[in-house]
Design a binder for this molecule. Structure first.
Ligand code: IMP
Length: 196
C-alpha cells in the first residue's frame, strides 16, 4: 500500500454506504477516499437516459460545489427479456429493494430467458471540464426467488455467470472480485497507475 501523501485524494459522489464500502475495498489501496459531507445535503441530479449521462452529471455537480477530484458512479440491472429494464431506472423501479425485486420477478414470471447484467459507469472528474469514464459489466441470470442476506439492491436475485448462488449468498469477497463495480474500478486503477 502506498503512503497517503502519494495517493490521490478522491471525493465519492454517492450517499449509498454499500457502494462506499465496495469502492473502498476495491481501490482503497491506490486512492484516499473521502465521503460526501453534510454540506452537500442537496439531492444529486439523476435524470439522464444513460448510466454515463447520470454519472457525469453527478461527478460534475459535486466537482463544481467542492472543487475536488470526484468519483461518481451510476449503475443498474439490465434484463434481456425486459428489453434492458429496469436499467438506468433500477433505483426507481419500486419504493424499496423488496418492492423492486418483487416487481422484477413478476415481470419475468412467464419468460424463459432470465439472462441479465449489472452495469456500472464511473466518472472521474479531476479538473474543470476534464474527466475520464470507466465501464464494467457482470453477466448472469435472475433467480426464481430471492436468496441470501448480504449486499444490497438486487443482489438476492442475481446469480453471476459461473456461480450457482446469488450475490447476496456469495458475499463481499466474491462480489468485489467479479462485480460490475470491481471491473470498472479495475480500469480506473490501471488509469491511475498510468498517470503516476
Ligand atoms: P444508482 O447507481 O445509485 O442510481 O443505483 C442503481 C440501482 O441499481 C440501485 O438502487 C440498486 O438497486 C441497483 N444496483 C446497482 N448496483 C448494484 C449491486 O451491486 N447490487 C445490487 N443492486 C445494485
Amino acid at each position: 500500500m502506498r503512503k497517503d501523501s502519494t495517493r490521490p485524494h478522491i471525493l465519492l459522489a454517492t450517499r449509498n454506504q454499500h457502494k462506499v464500502a465496495e469502492i473502498e475495498k476495491i481501490v482503497g489501496d491506490v486512492v484516499v477516499v473521502h465521503k460526501l459531507d453534510d454540506l452537500i445535503n442537496i439531492n444529486i441530479p439523476e435524470c439522464g437516459r444513460t448510466l454515463l449521462e447520470n454519472s457525469l452529471a453527478k461527478a460534475a455537480f459535486v466537482f463544481q460545489l467542492r472543487g475536488q477530484a470526484t468519483l461518481a458512479d451510476d449503475s443498474g440491472l439490465f434484463v434481456d427479456a425486459l428489453d434492458g429494464e429496469p436499467g438506468v431506472f433500477s433505483a426507481r423501479y419500486g419504493r424499496d429493494d423488496e418492492n423492486r425485486i418483487e416487481r422484477l420477478l413478476k415481470n419475468l414470471a412467464d419468460k424463459k430467458n432470465r439472462k441479465a447484467s449489472f452495469r456500472a459507469v464511473f466518472v472521474y472528474y479531476f479538473a474543470h471540464g476534464r474527466y475520464e469514464a470507466f465501464e464494467g459489466k457482470c453477466a448472469g441470470e435472475i433467480s426464481l426467488v430471492p436468496k441470501g442476506r448480504q449486499g444490497f439492491g438486487y443482489d438476492p436475485i442475481f446469480v453471476p455467470d459461473g456461480y450457482k448462488k446469488t450475490f447476496a449468498e456469495l458475499g463481499p469477497a466474491t462480489k468485489n472480485r467479479i462485480s460490475h463495480r470491481a471491473r470498472a474500478l479495475e480500469k480506473f486503477r490501471k488509469y491511475l497507475e498510468q498517470q503516476r
